[in-house]
Design a protein around this ligand. Structure first.
Ligand SMILES: [Zn+2]
Length: 277
């Protein structure tokens, strides 16, 4: 309107306040304890991220993922199932600022291939949902082909419902979502691939990312599939296979510090360009 010579008047009502009492972000974590005395120290995880962008309420990014993860563990509880390994749900914070919550968690609990903590060897995989409201169609699995083969087999009961399979990944770079915090450490991060619906085009980080965009039937099915997957990972005799020592891909180089404050606060330059889904 300004370009057209229009005199523009704008009225803004901001009902916000600035707070500096507590600058931490908080992950929300809960678990179903394992029932097998020999396996309960082993952890299988699932989750999404709780934080969002300011323009909308964040229904598809990532209320949907949070709801699917919570519903997944609710289903397991409601059926009275007793997983052998511990199933832990994590709703991350600080994802949009650079996967901060999941990175801190992985460092604190598991360490990394090059610098493992005691929990490292007892970790059985992390399923991440963060690609909008669409149906789960498959999974990207960090690890050798045998790990992806196992997830593909687990997803087979949903084949007739359009779940295609799983592919293996060797990428340890931090990328589109919290599963890559696990990949970076050399742990089996599993990113669920979903139907795009109107995610990248409409709702992703926009003021359209609100409740009515959620496709209820799709997220219900996602919750069933994720519950099934995580339960099976908690029940099978062995943990997901990992890269042999000699075969582990090299970690990505440490990021070079930016010379001046990032031009887009809260969004590391180029991070989204490697978004896999
Ligand atoms: Zn997200």
């Amino acid at each position: 309107m300004i370009e057209a010579g229009e005199k523009v008047k704008m009225e803004v009502n901001l009902a916000v306040e600035f707070q500096d009492q507590d600058l931490n972000g908080y992950n929300t974590v809960a678990e179903i304890p394992g029932s097998d005395p020999t396996l309960k120290d082993e952890i299988v995880m699932l989750g999404g991220h709780m934080d969002s962008w300011h323009a909308g309420t964040g229904a598809t990014d990532n209320g949907a993922g949070v709801a699917v993860a919570m519903e997944g563990v609710r289903i397991i509880q409601a059926l009275g199932l007793k997983p052998r390994r511990t199933i832990r749900v994590a709703l991350w914070s600080g994802e949009e600022e650079g996967l901060l919550g999941s990175q801190a968690y992985v460092k604190a609990h598991f360490g990394a291939f090059e610098n493992p903590k005691p929990g490292y060897e007892k970790f059985g995989g992390y399923l991440n949902i963060d690609s909008g409201t669409g149906r789960v169609r498959g999974a990207g699995v960090f690890g050798p082909p045998e790990a992806a083969n196992i997830i593909r087999k687990l997803l087979e009961p949903f084949k007739e419902d359009g779940v295609v399979g799983a592919v293996a990944s060797r990428m340890r770079n931090l990328g589109g979502s919290d599963n890559t915090s696990f990949n970076q450490a050399g742990l089996p991060g599993i990113g669920m691939g979903q139907d795009p619906i109107e995610y990248q085009s409409n709702t992703w980080h926009t003021n359209l990312d609100t409740y009515e965009r959620i496709l209820e039937d799709d997220v219900k099915k996602d919750a069933v599939e994720v519950a099934w997957c995580v339960y099976q990972l908690a029940m099978r005799d062995d943990l997901l296979p990992r890269f042999a020592k000699a075969d582990m891909p090299a970690p990505p180089p440490a990021p070079t510090p930016e010379p001046s404050p990032s031009p887009t606060p809260g969004r590391p330059a180029g991070r989204r360009s490697v978004r896999p889904e």
